[in-house]
Design a protein around this ligand. Structure first.
Ligand code: URA
Length: 266
């Protein structure tokens, strides 16, 4: 009989290319086949070993908070946000009118999960279902994300925090504009500082642009360990894009396996 992990991979369009095996248990990884508290005998690894990484492939740490995320700390608002605790930050996001998006969305979508998670996943902006439910990644892309997480033994809320660059839905799911990103980025950065994750997974170009301050393509950035404020950061495709691009699903799976290996090695 097929195990649950195999079904996840199949649903993701990855079976039978990838198999779950290997003895190591990475810290904070939950076995999708087991009830909580049980140990796990095997962990998923890619069948094809990842190519060895040359030192030159590892990017130097990106510049600090201000440089990386194009924050202007002379801007009082950003400086204030970067000093907030969780309750103040949640209140500030809920009340934020800094860009026009709050006028057209139903509610803000702050983020969800373990506020002391090792894993921080960053997407783009809420879509229609997220806007209606107030939680990130609960639509079709979110189901794919949940399945991908489950395939590496993770689940939302369990050592994982998920949020977006923007906390409000852009109308008609249009791309965020630079002003909106600039206004919302301090919220994301404060979330990041409060969580202090072991690893950030930046999903899609808006998350990458906000955190790494680069216009480089996802394809050119993935497969390497970047850093944001010293925190290891891995770049991968956005789940909504993966729904439309089957070949890149396998690449995203490689990225997740790379992320899992990286966090286990920390
Ligand atoms: N896409 C995103 O980037 N975030 C969500 O929460 C949902 C879809």
């Amino acid at each position: 009989m097929r195990g649950r992990s195999e079904r996840y991979l199949e649903e993701m369009g990855l079976a039978p290319v990838w198999k779950l095996r290997g003895p190591k248990r990475a810290r904070g990884i939950r076995d999708p086949e087991k009830k909580s508290g049980e140990s796990r005998p095997a962990a998923p690894v890619a069948l094809k070993p990842a190519p060895p990484r040359r030192a030159a492939e590892i990017l130097p740490p990106v510049p600090g908070l201000v440089g990386a995320a194009r924050l202007d700390l002379a801007d009082d608002r950003a400086a204030r946000i970067l000093r907030m605790d969780w309750p103040a930050l949640k209140t500030a996001v809920a009340a934020c009118q800094a860009c026009g998006l709050r006028k057209t969305c139903t509610q803000t979508v702050f983020g969800v999960g373990d506020e002391q998670a090792d894993w921080l996943l960053v997407g783009e902006a809420p879509g229609a279902e997220e806007d209606a439910r107030g939680e990130p990644f609960v639509g079709q892309a979110g189901r794919l994300l949940d399945n991908m997480l489950a395939a590496i033994g993770l689940a939302r809320g369990e050592n994982v925090y998920i949020c977006n660059v923007l906390k409000c839905r852009p109308p008609g799911n249009r791309n965020p504009d630079p002003f909106e990103v600039a206004q919302c980025t301090p919220h994301l950065l404060r979330q990041l500082e409060l969580i202090r994750p072991k690893l950030i997974l930046a999903m899609g170009r808006f998350a990458v642009q906000a955190l790494l301050n680069t216009e480089a393509s996802i394809a050119s950035l993935r497969g390497r360990l970047h850093r944001y404020q010293g925190v290891p950061l891995i770049v991968t495709y956005h789940p909504a894009y993966l729904l439309r691009s089957l070949p890149d699903k396998a690449k995203a799976w490689e990225d997740l396996c790379f992320a899992r290996r990286s966090i286990a090695a920390l």
